[in-house]
Design a protein around this ligand. Structure first.
Ligand code: TYM
Length: 338
């Protein structure tokens, strides 16, 4: 069975609708026909400052959400990144293969460091930004290459990181002999980029809270956010991302949550107003999220069991990761322990 691997950050506690539609839905769908490895990227989370208590709690909240959304620990290996030390170890090796300029070109670093230092005003100063934020994509490459993944289910914003991963794998293989499989991104076009409800030209993102629908917020609040989503001054409900970004985004979300085609939704809403579409989508989302929230609460209630699931996952993950790292160290010429 082909192998898939993906990770998600635990920083915000709650995942948002972009995470779910862009990535997590695919994680769940892929676990039947694939050998799946999914993890909570807590090493990546500390590239920005984290309160220890909050970080620990959010890691459990993240695990509970993944289980509640349908990641099945009997069919997938679900683990926490920091439980598998090989990630950091291979990360270092790959850092030594990465060019400074190459790392500098990663756009997510540019965006995040700009937001941290000047509130997003766009001045490219990096004072006060940790080096970890800069080398973040290289750790991500290690995450992927350790498992010899065939496919990596992610949203569009991760495409550049996947390209770096392939470049580094290729470089290592050329220098030291074939060691790593070159992974392919698995990006589902229709939902690859879910947009912010208040600014439908930028992606929905935890770092820009306005317009983000969170899975763990009160669904009434989500419904309200959906009702006040920015649209346009027209009246027609049609799919036209270029001219009607807001309405198109709502249609994409509606379609993904119900499994109905955009065409059939457009036909249904013929003659109706934006208000109707928003109100109905609020209900659709509430119906989707209500049982998810209940399951999250149940998993969090038994955190000992949750921790056990993660421990089992870490053990399985280490079997695979350990083998790849040992082979890598050998290829590099590190002296084996005598
Ligand atoms: P993260 O935690 O920011 O996001 C998790 C997943 O959600 C997707 N996503 C979106 N998809 C569609 N529309 C959106 N608005 C949207 N926002 C987020 C992301 O593409 C991602 O798939 N660097 C990664 C975590 C990571 C990782 C890895 C992923 C660490 N190591 C190895 C894959 C493989 C990140 O920060 O994702």
């Amino acid at each position: 069975r082909p192998r898939v691997l993906s990770g998600i950050q635990s920083t915000a506690g709650s995942f948002h609708l972009g995470n779910y539609l862009g990535a997590l839905r695919q994680w769940v769908a892929l676990q039947d026909a694939h050998d799946a490895f999914y993890f909570i990227a807590d090493l990546h989370a500390i590239t920005v400052e984290q309160d220890p208590k909050v970080l620990r709690h959010n890691t459990r909240v993240s695990a509970a959400q993944l289980l509640a959304l349908g990641v099945d620990p009997d069919r997938s290996t679900l683990f926490v990144q920091s439980h598998v030390p090989e990630h950091a170890q291979l990360g270092w090796v790959l850092q030594c293969l990465t060019g400074f300029g190459e790392a500098s070109r990663m756009t997510q670093f540019k965006d995040k460091s700009a937001r941290q230092t000047d509130g997003g005003a766009g001045n490219q100063t990096t004072a006060g930004v940790g080096v970890g934020l800069f080398t973040y994509p290289i750790l991500q490459a290690a995450d992927i290459l350790l498992y010899q993944a065939h496919y990596v289910p992610v949203g569009e914003d991760q495409r550049q990181h996947l390209e770096l991963t392939r470049d580094l794998a290729q470089r290592f293989n050329t220098r030291y002999g074939k060691t790593f499989r070159l992974p392919e991104p698995h990006i589902v076009k229709d939902t690859a980029k879910i947009y912010d409800l208040q600014d439908p030209t930028s992606k929905m993102s935890k770092s820009v809270p306005a317009g983000v629908v969170e899975l763990l917020e009160d669904p009434k609040r989500s419904a309200k956010k959906i009702r006040s989503a920015v649209t346009d001054t027209g009246r027609e409900i049609v799919y036209d991302p270029e001219h009607k970004a807001g309405v198109s985004n709502l249609l994409v979300i509606y379609s993904a949550l119900t499994g109905r085609s955009i065409d059939s939704l457009v036909a249904d809403y013929d003659g109706k107003g934006y208000g109707d579409l928003k109100k109905d989508l609020g209900e659709v989302f509430t119906e989707f999220v209500t049982p998810v929230r209940a399951r999250v609460a149940e998993y969090l209630d038994d955190s000992a069991e949750l921790d056990k699931v993660l421990a089992r996952g870490a053990e399985r993950a280490r079997e695979v990761a350990g083998k790849t790292l040992a082979r890598t160290y050998d290829r590099i010429g590190f002296l084996p322990i005598g």
